[in-house]
Design a binder for this molecule. Structure first.
Ligand code: ADP
Length: 173
């Protein structure tokens, strides 16, 4: 069952013992606030040095670096859409972020990966709309590919956790 490979936790993504964590970055890839700031602080300055070689990242795309001082070996940086009311391809671009990260993960033979709730902080994407997109894209990917053993959604705070939990229950009927 694909859903057995999906886990939802409340916590800090920088603490996750997984092969890769995903960073909700901005397009410069040069660090920022929120989860991006937390990941750079925990990984150490070598992460920024590697990001400086990557030459930015477009919305919906993803790029990979090492994890340096993080427990995770890899960081996959993706750029979520900024919420502008919902009529500006936000949902499509958010879905693309998840697919881009999973495609890179597969090519690096990553077995376990943790995602934050991309775009739902400073970028303003409503979490009750983001959660079913995140879960749906991951479920669809896992259905067609065996290689990734576990995907963890790390929710920062109880409200986001409950939103993801509700979404999973709606998916399982
Ligand atoms: P964005 O610009 O994509 O909205 P943010 O970092 O502002 O990025 O927020 C994305 C999500 O990451 C939000 O749900 C926020 O609560 C969450 N977040 C912030 N810090 C952490 C952390 N240390 N671990 C996991 N999630 C976090």
């Amino acid at each position: 069952m694909v859903l057995e490979r999906i886990k939802i936790v409340q916590g800090d993504i920088t603490k996750q013992q997984v092969d890769a964590i995903v960073n909700a970055a901005n397009s410069s890839l040069l660090g920022g606030g929120g989860v991006d700031g937390a990941i750079h602080r925990a990984a150490g300055p070598q992460l920024l040095a590697e990001c400086q070689t990557l030459n930015c990242c477009a919305t919906g795309e993803a790029k990979i670096t090492r994890g340096y001082n993080l427990p995770a070996k890899w960081v996959i940086h993706t750029v979520g859409p900024i919420w502008r009311g919902g009529d500006n391809r936000e949902e499509e671009l958010l879905a693309r972020c998840y697919r881009s990260c999973l495609t890179i993960a597969e090519s690096y033979e990553i077995k376990t990966i943790a995602f934050p709730a991309i775009s739902t902080g400073a970028y303003g994407f409503p979490v009750e709309r983001a959660a079913p997109i995140a879960l749906g894209e991951v479920k669809q990917f896992l259905e067609s590919k065996e290689a990734i053993a576990q995907v963890i959604f790390v929710c920062f705070g109880a409200d986001k956790y409950h939103c993801y939990d509700k979404s999973v229950k709606e998916m399982t009927g």
